[in-house]
Design a protein around this ligand. Structure first.
Ligand code: SAM
Ligand code: SF4
Length: 325
């Protein structure tokens, strides 16, 4: 469905939980989250109804995210139900990979197409400092399991954080020389309580790119692949590709094609704005799918053009884990 700025909205990022087994400094720092009352999460059948409604207004791609989506004990059922909905062409997941050694094969069998895996460094101490856990080996095993299960292509999300991993981007980029993976460098965004941390540790994509090129040589822009939103690059002789996701330095609002649903059942039209629309009344109605489809249709027409970061206004209501990255 087209919004009032001519953008075709066909992609839904669905946060299925706001809980996580890691405590990334910029997302859910240790101690901040535990004090808050837990939101009631949508049930599997509520999630299914919401997605059926979203498909009616033209959503074709669904990303399951969180928090950590694999922490839901019913995650396989969620994947199975959503992948069986006619009109869902692509069902993908963003995960920290901590549970992928057990879950990669069952997720693939349940209908998941592929995964984006979050890994900020190949230095174990730096990963511990960023996530609060000694988890590098476990995440690496999860990546290998995902690759073996055929959740391809493997995409790695690297959030670049000054003082923690800004130099590690070179080793992360070097991975593409050995593996056919896509390594994506993401600018740190100011969201929720950790916003001040993000502002103090931000690194622009331009700096990350220069650091990589200084050590590994020039990057060549790739011809666009089908479905690509961002330009990707390749190091000479590399098997994989690199991407730079720059929501702060080069906002891509004019080509934003997605909306979000939060773990507690609210439509969020822009990651970087706090406005939300509750789905609960629609879920309680006698024709939930029809009512929710109307709500989606109306909400999409209200999708704002972009964030207000340039005016110094950033969202404060929730951290990334509650919205769904
Ligand atoms: N737990 C999963 C994970 O870490 O991949 C899924 C949820 S997480 C919120 C999704 C993505 O958001 C991750 O790749 C993470 O690095 C990214 N993220 C979290 N907080 C962020 C922030 N403040 N700025 C930029 N990216 C962020
Ligand atoms: Fe958890 Fe992902 Fe947030 Fe890290 S970025 S705390 S893994 S939800």
């Amino acid at each position: 469905m087209e919004d009032r700025f001519g953008r075709v909205i066909n992609y839904l990022r669905f946060s299925v939980t706001d809980r996580c087994n890691l405590r990334c400094r910029y997302c859910m720092p240790e101690g901040k989250d535990e004090r808050k009352p837990r939101a009631r999460l949508l049930t599997v059948s509520e999630i299914e109804k919401v997605v059926r409604a979203a498909v009616q207004v033209g959503i074709r791609k669904i990303r399951l995210t969180g928090g950590e989506p694999t922490l839901r004990s019913d995650i396989l059922e969620i994947v199975h139900r959503l992948s069986s909905i006619p009109g869902v062409e692509e069902l993908v997941m963003t995960t920290n990979a901590m549970r992928l050694t057990q879950l990669a094969v069952p997720l693939r069998e349940a209908g998941l197409c592929r995964v984006n895996i979050h890994l900020d460094s190949l230095d174990g101490a730096h990963v511990r400092a960023l996530t609060g856990k000694d988890c590098l080996n476990r995440v690496w095993d999860g990546i290998v399991a995902a690759e073996q299960a055929g959740l391809l292509p493997i995409k790695l999300n690297v959030v670049v954080v000054r003082g923690y991993n800004e130099c590690d981007v070179v080793e992360m980029a070097r991975l593409t020389l050995r593996y056919p993976w896509q390594v994506r460098f993401i600018e740190l965004m100011p969201l929720g309580e950790p916003a001040h941390f993000a502002m103090g540790h931000y690194v622009a994509s331009q700096e990350t790119r220069m650091r990589i090129e200084a050590m590994l040589g020039p990057l060549t822009a790739e011809p666009a692949h089908e479905g690509d939103v961002d330009i990707s690059y390749r190091l000479a002789g590399a098997k994989g590709r690199l991407e730079f996701i720059s929501p702060v330095s080069h906002a891509y609002c004019h080509r934003c094609n997605h909306i979000r649903v939060t773990a507690d059942g609210r439509i969020r039209l822009c990651l970087l704005r706090d406005d939300e629309w509750s789905l609960h009344e629609g879920l309680r109605s006698c024709d939930p799918v029809g009512t929710l489809a109307e709500l989606f249709s109306y909400a999409i027409q209200c999708k704002p053009h972009g964030s207000q970061l340039a005016q110094g206004i950033f969202p404060t209501s929730r951290p990334m884990a509650g919205i769904g990255g």
